[in-house]
Design a protein around this ligand. Structure first.
Ligand code: PEP
Ligand code: MN
Length: 362
């Protein structure tokens, strides 16, 4: 698998060959759905005034959770995207979820296609889309699957790559979770970060609109993405968000988008000052030293666990003693809080260590 990824990373086409951008962030913006010709074109014209916006987005076929909601204007929207291209400098993009969508987009010269979160989960459909794109030179953006599964995300990227698509990028829009939370979708930042580690040439785009699910989260999530080093954002924008036929709560006006982009703190400098460089190197060395110590401590802990396991076996004592585990966990969480660490973080860490320790004793 690693060799396959290395090969893929080598042959992916650098983004500079298919998108010219001179700003950080560069932005894909436009309504969740194209609703009318006027709404589509007037949104695009306002967005074209913002130098960061390079690509216009508008859903034409909409995957809705419940039936009888607005499911997109359908084919007629493609004409409106054509008008956007004629009347602005923006590239156009829309979501494709089957072969028919792909064919219609290609016939109507849509510049960039994206695969939605509900499609990435389905290898059959992704394969059909990839087959319909075989031999076509078009950029494709792959949204993360609805569920937090990096394998499905990678699988979709590989299917497109194997069909000859070399202009690829990914969109992180968060993942479904059953628990109640502020955001519509949980970020699990570690997943796109791992994807970047595996495929560093694959551009990563953050979609704060679908992640937050509310216009008030667009600014903080965008800032978080920038702080992570992400260079691109996809943001849903509507001339009258309150009247939008889909995702009304999370859309913002083009004016608001421009204001948010202007307010972002950009981190794009490479340290050149010698003193700063030395400070960073020193801190990194300390972190590496602490990490080595942590690994050694965990190894020592496991040795004790193994000996304990032997003793329990010889004396017919069960491996798991839940009351002791609960006391330890509570104690660790209290200690963590005293040291200013999040209790939940320490809990998750010790649950992992404990699971490994139990395994060692079986
Ligand atoms: C969208 O971009 O409008 C959309 C449906 O997104 P997602 O696939 O991320 O839910
Ligand atoms: Mn949407």
């Amino acid at each position: 698998m690693i060799d396959k990824l290395k090969e893929m990373n080598k042959h992916l086409q650098d983004i500079s060959t298919w998108l010219k951008f001179d700003t950080i962030p560069w932005v894909i913006a436009g309504p969740c759905s194209a609703e009318t010709e006027k709404q589509t074109i007037s949104t695009a014209k306002e967005l074209a005034n913002c130098p960061n916006v390079k690509v216009f987005r508008a859903g034409i076929w909409k995957p809705r959770t419940r039936p009888n909601s607005f499911e997109g204007v359908g084919d007629v929207g493609l004409k409106w995207l054509k008008s956007v291209k004629e009347q602005t400098s923006l590239l156009t993009s829309t979501e494709v979820a089957n072969t028919k969508h792909v064919e219609l987009c290609l016939k109507n010269n849509v510049d960039i296609l994206w695969i939605g979160a509900r499609t990435t989960v389905n290898p059959f459909i992704v394969q059909e889309i990839a087959d319909a794109l075989r031999g076509v030179d078009i950029p494709v953006l792959v949204k993360n699957p609805v569920n937090p599964d990096i394998g499905l995300w990678l699988g979709a990227i590989e299917r497109l790559y194997q069909a000859g698509i070399k202009k690829l990028a990914v969109i992180h829009r968060g993942f479904s979770a059953y628990e109640e939370m502020e955001y519509r979708n949980k970020p699990y930042w570690e997943i796109p970060i791992e994807l970047e580690r595996l495929l560093p040439k694959l551009p990563l785009i953050c979609d704060p609109s679908h992640m937050g699910g509310d216009s008030r989260f667009i600014e903080p999530i965008s800032q978080m993405a920038i702080d992570f080093g992400i260079k691109a954002l996809m943001i849903e924008t509507h001339i009258e968000p309150e009247k939008a036929l889909s995702d009304s709560k999370q859309q913002i006006t083009p004016k608001k988008l421009i204001e948010i982009i202007k307010g972002l703190r950009i981190r794009d400098s490479v340290p050149t000052d010698a003193e700063l460089k030395a400070k960073i190197a020193h801190l990194r060395a300390s972190i590496s030293r602490i990490d080595s110590r942590l690994i050694q401590d965990i190894a020592d802990r496991m040795k004790c666990v193994e000996e304990l396991g032997e003793l329990k076996l010889q004396n017919k004592i069960p491996v798991l003693q839940l009351d002791r585990w609960e006391t330890i966990l509570k104690d660790h969480m209290d200690k963590a809080q005293e040291k200013g660490l999040e209790g939940e973080f320490i809990k998750a860490l010790f649950e992992l260590i404990h699971a490994q320790a139990v395994k060692k004793q079986l």
